[in-house]
Design a protein around this ligand. Structure first.
Ligand code: NAD
Length: 496
């Protein structure tokens, strides 16, 4: 059993608090993965100071040179992909195929953003005055706080840390308390790739102590947060007095619409992957399926049969298709929503229980669960459950399907299964989400496109793609007057 440390100003060191917390495997609670620093506000202050000092030199390193370090980092992650994936499965439970995908996403993001080292394009435009040059350039902002959830322990940190670095910022990274090992693995790679001391700092510990201190600090210029809408709101409130830039990626209640002309085999495959992949613990999970009445009965029967057959267990076992919930609290939340669904009058079509056999007793396992005949305004159709629970809702028409799809507080991802091109394009236009799929489930984002959502999912920013550069840089417009005289914009208009 290893004790892991914070990484501040290039040193791996214990917290000022002298306290530790345990990281245990949610599939096998007797497996203690390691202990980590339960950091204090004082640790956060030291990390911010280190990042602020490092910023003064890092911002002046040419972006293509910064990129060379990131290319190296991407290669190192690729070399260690299998061991990082296994660590991740142990600390948060998703199956190995998915944790390999998570690490791959960090590799892809790091390569993609390293490429941006030579591509941070601005604009050069004609001036309205003679002998005057006009352009816009990207500028870094300073110290960026990165606060991340546990469900994508390496991918999501990479979406934030790497674009922050390529733009010339420095970082204080606070990972989720359930997944500090993947954070340590990623930061060690950055250190090894030659990222200078103080440029990336890691402070592990609780949201209240570490996350709050980062949000409130006047020395932090950007907070990039991914997590629940509830905590995101707190972060927004804490950051508001200092007018720092806040980037929020929050909850979802994503919908798959299955039309009567859909390829049902394909739709069912997609709904299984979208609903039960990562045990339903994805922000983009397909937790609602709206099905046209023409195929409703057929769809529900076949979807339920496939869900019942899913093998639930330890994600390290290659035969496992669905892992555990992350924690006892999350499992209890799932169980509570099953009761809520029943009480609301939805039909429990399969699942509905925690798994307690000998194989499952030491983890937080729950059956894949499907509610059918769900009303669109029921709580199980409106609230993010973050577990293996899918609500199937009947609809009578395309328009009704789209209206149900939009009738939730969130706006992350949506999808439609149809063979009708006109319907597909109308749905693409009319569903109020940041991500949309045709004939594919609600999950499967790629790193070079913008990622994020509308309404209670986000606050207007996007990560991934070149859109992420807008979070971690600010535009500066530059005018160079080489006329040798005072020229007044908007006034000296007659001087042609
Ligand atoms: P969470 O909100 O509980 O925690 C997220 C992070 O915030 C953690 O690091 C946590 O320690 C920290 N935190 C907690 N309290 C804080 C505070 N007061 N101030 C600052 N930071 C604080 O979320 P979670 O349980 O880790 O993750 C699940 C949630 O994340 C779900 O709602 C899911 O939809 C969302 N999520 C969203 C996206 C997206 O891109 N939209 C992606 C993944 C997960």
């Amino acid at each position: 059993m290893t004790t892991h440390y914070n990484f501040i100003d290039g040193e791996w060191a214990p917290s000022d608090s002298g306290e530790l917390f345990e990281n245990r495997n949610p599939a096998r609670r007797d497996h203690l993965i390691g202990t980590f620093q339960k950091s204090s506000a004082r640790d956060v202050e030291r990390a911010i100071d280190a990042a602020a000092r490092a910023y003064s030199t890092w911002r002046l390193v040419p972006a293509p040179r910064r990129a060379e370090m990131l290319f190296r980092a991407a290669q190192l992650v690729a070399e260690r992909k299998e061991s990082f994936a296994r660590d991740m499965t142990c600390e948060m439970g998703k199956v190995l195929d998915e944790t390999r995908g998570d690490v791959q996403e960090a590799i892809d993001m790091t390569f993609f953003m390293a490429g941006e080292g030579r591509r941070q394009y601005g604009q050069t435009v004609p001036s309205e005055l003679r002998d005057k040059f006009a352009m816009s350039i990207r500028q870094p902002l300073g110290v960026c706080a990165v606060i991340t959830p546990w469900n994508f322990p390496m991918a999501i940190p990479s979406w934030k840390i790497i674009p922050a670095l390529i733009c010339g910022n420095t970082v204080v990274f606070k990972p989720a308390t359930h997944t500090p090992l993947s954070a340590v693995n990623f930061v060690k790679v950055l250190e090894e790739a030659g990222v200078p001391r103080g440029v990336v700092n890691l402070v592990t510990g609780g949201g209240e102590e570490v996350g709050s201190a980062l949000s409130a600090s006047n020395a932090v210029r950007v907070v990039s947060f991914t997590g629940s809408t509830e905590v995101g709101r707190t972060v927004a409130q804490k950051t508001a007095p200092s007018f720092k830039k806040v980037h929020l990626e929050m909850g979802g209640k994503n919908v798959v619409i299955v039309m009567a002309d859909a390829d049902l085999d394909l739709a069912i495959e997609g709904c299984l992957w979208g609903g039960f992949g990562t045990t339903g613990q994805r922000c983009t999970a397909a937790s609602r399926v709206v099905v046209h009445e023409g195929v409703y009965r057929d769809f529900v029967g076949r979807f339920v049969a496939r869900a019942r057959a899913l093998r639930v267990g330890d994600g390290l076992d290659p035969a496992t298709q669905m892992g555990p919930s992350i924690s006892r609290e999350q499992l209890e939340t799932v169980m509570a929503y099953v009761e809520i669904g029943r009480a609301e009058g939805a039909r429990l079509a399969c699942g509905g229980h925690a798994l307690e056999s000998a194989e499952h007793a030491s983890g937080y396992f729950h059956e894949p669960t499907i509610f059918a005949d769900v009303g669109p305004r029921m709580r199980i159709a409106q609230e993010e459950i973050f577990g293996p629970v899918v609500s199937v809702i009947p609809c009578r028409s395309f328009d009704e399907g789209v209206a149900i799809g939009n009738d939730v507080p969130y706006g992350l991802s949506a999808s439609i299964y149809t063979q009708d091109l006109n319907q597909a394009f109308r749905a693409m236009r009319d569903l109020d989400t940041g991500i949309f799929y045709v004939n594919a489930p609600t999950i499967g984002a790629e790193v070079h496109l913008p990622f994020g959502g509308t309404k209670a999912t986000g606050n207007g920013h996007r990560e991934a793609g070149t859109a992420a550069l807008d979070v971690f840089s600010e535009w500066k417009s530059v005018y160079v007057d080489f006329s040798g005289r005072l020229q007044r914009a908007q006034i000296d208009t007659a001087d042609v």
